[in-house]
Design a protein around this ligand. Sequence first.
Ligand SMILES: C[S@@+](CC[C@H](N)C(=O)[O-])C[C@H]1O[C@@H](n2cnc3c(N)ncnc32)[C@H](O)[C@@H]1O
Length: 239
Amino acid sequence: MNKIYCVGVGPGDPELLTLKAHKLIRNASQIAYFRKRNSTGRARKTIEKTLQKKKVYEYPMEYPLTTEVDFQTDEYKKTLDDFYIKCCAEIKFLLEKDDLIIISEGDPLFYGSFVHLYEKLKKDTPVIFVPGITAMSGSWTNAKIPIAMGDASISIIMGIQDEKDIIKSLKSSQTAVIMKIGTHLKKVASALKKTNNFNRAIIVEKATMIDEKIIPLKNYNEKRAPYFSIILIPYETQK
Ligand SMILES: C[S@@+](CC[C@H](N)C(=O)[O-])C[C@H]1O[C@@H](n2cnc3c(N)ncnc32)[C@H](O)[C@@H]1O
């Protein structure tokens, strides 16, 4: 039976692929990936050179929506669920021909979208995961920050959470990473100020990509952050 290989392609730098990912992508006859409407897709861009000019069938799974509908509404959940059902049907069709390589930004099991499909496919479809370097790892590596040391605990926080939940997580550990910031920047900054973390926070835009930026948050003058951005609350400069 043909298999799905769900392969992490790392945070953006094409040289941060694992050897295993590289080999699977090079030998693929068909690949699939998520992308926003009217975009190439970050994972797809990352493997551009790895694919070379080889003829590979590509199945882009295009999100029907992103931020235009509130993610807590029934409309959002229903639209995405219908989309995932459609993707699973197409994936099963492709698997009748050969193995399918599904590429995923960072590590597929760390907030990766494929997990929604995996829940629906795992009963009767063989899936093999290949881990990838996460965005947070790429971020703290390029910022040269030891994010956790000794006995410090770390919180991984989503910027889309309510401010009170962000504050609670910030208070419960010595170091933190905040992802999915985008339009939530103001709320995240307010939570960081209320917990005395603002002055040591660092924002990393597009970690490991050619247009990467690493800026102390207190010097960041944007009203919103790009989708590919992350805030690091380092351990070194404890409050
Ligand atoms: C759906 S999660 C995917 C995480 C990914 N699977 C990983 O292992 O890092 C998307 C969030 O990851 C972060 N992210 C992904 N790639 C990034 C990059 N190159 N630089 C900064 N943040 C990134 C952003 O916070 C973004 O909102």
